[in-house]
Design a protein around this ligand. Structure first.
Ligand SMILES: Nc1nc2c(ncn2[C@@H]2O[C@H](COP(=O)(O)OP(=O)(O)OP(=O)(O)O)[C@@H](O)[C@H]2O)c(=O)[nH]1
Ligand SMILES: [Mg+2]
Length: 446
């Protein structure tokens, strides 16, 4: 059997702080703690300790804690040394632990061990990383829900339904004559359809969950002087970009993160698009188009007092990449003598006064799927959505085949594959390389 190593890392963020924590996990943790401090740690007791180097000189003083296996984060013997938050002293403690036989932890190795010891499933481990990195309150709340297992439970319910359906389908293959009523074909089809509907709901939830994690990139484009920079300022509620009545004011692209309904968004202001620009502006326009190519959504900003329908259509045809969602922001409603309003993907506003900006935010929320209350919202990753989609396509294929041929065998196999794909979310059926990929993206000490 492979010997389990004892790992060590600084668990607190880099830099100086009031307290810094060195974390050890593995069978040698208590012995290393004893060598460091000269004390034998009692589980779940706070010990005041002096930490010594190999020549018995004091490196630091602090608190030592011992969490005996399996009652620890990783499920192994864990020791935490809370020293003063001096990066140098913390590194000396780590070095001393290495001398005493510990190994430096890889990024995410503590969480990986927690997963391998069944302390967390995969989506919970990911939720820890997401909680630490969350940029909005909604994301943090959703991460906590995923962390406490709400997401895993929902996935498990679906897996259980797939398994129950498979048992039912296989029974109908094995006993086609005996219980013909109970195992009527319609029943199999009806039940499969029901599960497919539940996949739809789950997909919505998970898609919203991925949006919470990854900011939506919204790019503001349009002719010079249309009011793009004014709109950026209105959306961020601060004077971020230079505004002037000279066309061609903005050259560089300018990014600013904001929240809409608690969801993270990154806005990008760009140079006004026009022919006959000077060399610097041309570079700006090139950058605007690059930003647009990487955007999730475009706000096409138009001066409503100075443009006609043909010009609006022209700029959309010329500049908005195929398939990219966009909103025509008819700006300067005050000058055009119009009321602020929202009609389809056209929103009439006045960026200068801020009137109508709420209508635009509502449009963005609706399009991107931010609307609806955050209750029950979980945090999810693209990986989860991919697994869900794969599971759904197995189920759909099985259903279509069953409707065509009435053959339960293929449906049963597809149900099995669907459950397996879903199992990747919690990691109960994941390949090793997938695990390495996921935990490798964590930071050290986690
Ligand atoms: N009356 C009125 N003026 C506006 C409105 N929005 C912007 N402006 C004015 O229009 C002018 C251009 O605004 P900017 O925000 O700099 O326009 P821009 O699209 O960023 O321009 P470039 O950076 O040159 O491409 C400024 O004088 C703004 O004060 C509005 O809603 N109403
Ligand atoms: Mg500008």
């Amino acid at each position: 059997m492979e010997q389990i190593s004892t790992i060590v890392a600084i668990a607190t963020p880099p830099g100086a702080g009031g307290i810094g924590i060195v974390r050890l996990s593995g069978p040698d943790s208590p012995a290393i703690a004893k060598s460091l401090s000269g004390k034998r740690f009692t589980p779940r007791h706070a010990h005041f300790i002096s930490i010594h180097d190999n020549e018995s000189r004091i490196i630091d003083q602090g608190i030592g804690l011992y969490f005996k296996a399996p009652h620890s984060f990783t499920g192994e013997d864990v020791v935490e040394i809370q020293g003063h938050g001096s990066p140098v002293a913390l590194q000396m403690i780590v070095d001393r632990c290495l001398e005493l036989g510990a190994q430096l932890a890889r990024p995410g190795e503590f969480s990986e061990r927690a997963f391998l010891n069944d302390k967390l499933d995969l989506s919970q481990a990911e939720a820890i990383a997401d909680l630490i990195e969350s940029s909005t309150e909604s994301a943090a709340r959703a991460a906590i829900r995923s962390l406490t297992g709400e997401f895993s439970q929902k996935v498990q319910v679906l897996i259980d339904k797939l398994i129950a359906l498979r048992v039912f389908v296989e029974a109908s293959i094995d006993f086609p004559e005996e219980e013909i009523d109970f195992l009527a074909e319609n029943d199999v089809a009806g039940r499969t359809r029901k599960v497919l509907e539940e996949f739809l709901q789950m997909k919505k939830l998970v898609r919203r969950g991925t949006l919470l994690r990854d900011a939506t990139r919204i790019v503001l484009v349009g002719p010079p002087n249309a009011g793009k920079s004014s709109l950026l300022n209105a959306l961020c509620r601060e004077n971020r970009a230079i505004v002037s009545d000279i066309p061609g004011t903005t050259r560089d692209t300018l990014e600013h993160p904001i929240q809409i309904n608690g969801y993270p968004v990154v806005l990008t202001d760009t140079a006004g698009l026009r022919e006959n620009a000077d060399i610097i502006e041309r570079e700006g326009i090139k950058r605007a188009r690059l930003a647009l190519a990487a955007a999730d959504l475009a706000l096409v900003c138009i001066d409503d007092a100075a443009s006609d329908e043909a010009q609006i259509n022209q700029i959309i045809a010329d500049e908005v990449p195929d398939g990219l969602g966009y909103c025509v922001v008819l700006n300067k409603a005050d000058l055009a003598g119009k009321k602020v309003s929202r009609d389809g993907n056209r929103v009439s506003i006045s960026a200068k006064s801020g009137e109508g900006v709420d209508l635009l935010c509502a449009w963005i929320s609706d399009i991107v799927g931010y609307s609806g209350h955050g209750q029950g919202q979980i945090l999810a990753r693209q990986r989860h959505l991919d697994a869900l989609k794969r599971a759904e396509s197995h189920l759909q294929r099985g259903y279509d085949g069953f409707m065509d041929t009435g053959a339960g065998e293929l449906l049963a196999e597809d149900l099995h594959l669907a459950a397996q794909a879903l199992g990747e979310i919690s990691g109960k059926m994941s390949a090793d390389d997938l695990l390495g990929e996921i935990f490798g993206s964590f930071c050290i000490g986690k």
